[in-house]
Design a protein around this ligand. Structure first.
Ligand code: GDP
Length: 139
């Protein structure tokens, strides 16, 4: 995956709250093109593998249980400077610290249940995109 792409998930809290459409609208209005997208659910093994980098953190178990608690939307997004610009669009991990106009400010309820995921580097965007999508599913 080239560096103009990032990977996102709309997390179970936002799906359950009926915010898929609102969040996709914010993503589109910020200039991102959706090049892959699916409505899916993570298994426990998937969630543990996806968040393996956090496995030693005290919240790891809670994070995994949350991410498998419902359906998610996974997507690959394209835009110049995609990783950094998407991190700006989603806002701080803790919605109490998220800037006005960000997705987490609008739709996240807590540091754990924070509505969306966004890759933190080009390398991780490529790894995370490949975790969810086969090449033939990316357009
Ligand atoms: P992100 O890159 O902004 O998503 O934040 P991190 O990479 O630091 O953490 C990954 C995810 O773990 C966050 O998006 C949250 O869903 C969850 N998380 C982070 N910190 C906490 C915490 O203190 N408690 C809980 N329950 N979850 C957390």
């Amino acid at each position: 995956m080239s560096s103009n792409r990032t990977f996102t998930m709309i997390k179970p809290d936002a799906v359950n709250a009926g915010n898929i459409g609102n969040i996709l609208q914010m993503i589109n209005e910020a200039g991102f093109k959706i090049v892959a997208m699916k409505y899916t659910r993570l298994s426990k093994q998937d969630a543990q593998a996806f968040y393996a980098v956090h496995s030693a953190r005290p919240f790891f178990g809670e994070l995994v249980e949350f991410m498998i608690s419902g359906t998610i939307v996974a997507a690959i997004l394209e835009k110049d400077n995609a990783v950094a610009d998407f991190r700006t669009l989603i806002g701080a991990t803790n919605p109490a610290e998220a800037a006005e106009g960000t997705i987490r400010k609008a739709y996240a309820s807590s540091i754990g249940e924070n509505a969306v995921h966004g890759s933190d580097s080009d390398e991780n965007a490529a790894i995370e995109g490949a975790f969810h999508f086969a090449g033939r599913e990316i357009y």
